[in-house]
Design a binder for this molecule. Structure first.
Ligand code: F6P
Length: 319
């Protein structure tokens, strides 16, 4: 093997740049050439590919977003699109590929591996919704961004004695909501993995009111419903003043935390090692601080185990 390609795909996540840097530098350290594929799979189809040197990935470890850009590409879901991608890889003499992204991006990596082109998936998404790893790159940064917003909202919620409903990202997974809610002292956390009980939520608000508490923070993962819809539902059950705050894409930006930079560096480097060992069709991950790898087939589409213990604890601590 002589040349390794690297691309980022799907929703971007802070720490993707640190992962790209690790792939490029680990490859060059081992005498390989590294090629960057720009704009995800759509750039692969169009041959938007350039060689990356050590200096190409300098000064990016601390930057959010991805220097390779990202895209969601429907064409690559087709056999024809995948064939076009393989032709481009052959044209550039690239022997193996590292795909940095989420579940959807891993589908492309799996398809390429099945067609004889070895790929390794590096999990990067703020949602922390990929199995085969305890943490995905970007989750820790997003968590801290959300937490900063909750703390700020709490200030004004206290001053005005209001209940705030804060909507956070997480289409299918409630990790951002759960971790940020627990760390931010939210009274109620709504996640896609657990059914909510409106009577219980109202009871909690009322018992808080009885002991003189006049403000509350409710965190809603977008996968449950919008914060606006929840505010309407709540209004039907209890007459309190509420405000809605949708955090949106601020959760995806910003300088990656130390944790995400270290995780990205370790996972990116491990992906190169696997390819050097002649392995493809695998994903890398972290479990109890050990870098592990799994068959990509056992990871794709598998829901991560939701931390029911943490959810229960959040309920206990917010009485
Ligand atoms: O994939 C992560 C994610 O941030 C989800 O939490 C969110 O639902 C989605 O991406 C938003 O995607 P887009 O930026 O394409 O609207």
């Amino acid at each position: 093997m002589k040349r390794i390609g690297v691309l980022t795909s799907g929703g971007d996540a802070p720490g993707m740049n640190a992962a790209i840097r690790a792939v490029v530098r680990k490859s060059i350290y081992n005498g390989l050439e590294a090629y960057g594929i720009y704009q995800g799979y759509s750039g692969l189809i169009n041959g938007n590919i350039k060689q990356l040197e050590l200096g190409s990935v300098g000064d990016i470890i601390h930057r959010g977003g991805t220097m390779l850009r990202s895209a969601r590409c429907d064409e690559f879901k087709t056999k024809e699109g995948q064939q076009k991608g393989i032709e481009q890889l052959k044209k550039f003499g690239i022997d193996a590929l590292v795909v940095i992204g989420g579940d959807g991006s891993f589908m492309g990596a799996k398809a390429l591996t099945e067609q004889g082109f070895p790929c390794i998936g590096v999990p990067a998404t703020i949602d922390n919704d990929i199995s085969g790893t305890q943490f995905t790159i970007g989750f820790d940064t997003a968590l801290n961004t959300v937490l900063d917003s909750i703390d700020r909202i709490r200030d004004t919620a206290t001053s005005h004695e209001r209940t705030f409903i804060i909507e956070v990202m997480g289409r299918d997974a409630g990790d951002i909501a759960l971790w940020a809610g627990l760390a931010g002292g939210a009274e109620t956390i709504l996640v896609p993995e657990e059914k909510y009980d409106m009577d219980n939520i109202v009871e909690r608000l009322q018992s808080g009111q009885k002991r003189g508490k006049k403000h509350s923070i409710i965190i809603v993962a977008e996968g449950v419903m919008s914060a606006t819809d929840f505010a309407k539902e709540l209004k039907n059950s209890i007459d309190i003043e509420t405000r809605v705050s949708v955090l949106g894409h601020i959760q995806r930006g910003g300088t990656p935390t130390g944790f995400d930079r270290v995780l990205a560096s370790r996972l990116g480097a491990r992906a190169v090692e696997l390819l050097m060992d002649g392995k493809g069709g695998r994903t890398v991950g972290i479990e109890k601080d050990k870098i592990i790898d799994n068959d990509i087939i056992s990871v794709i589409g598998q829901p991560r185990t939701f931390s029911a213990d943490m959810y229960d604890l959040s309920q206990i601590l917010s009485i």
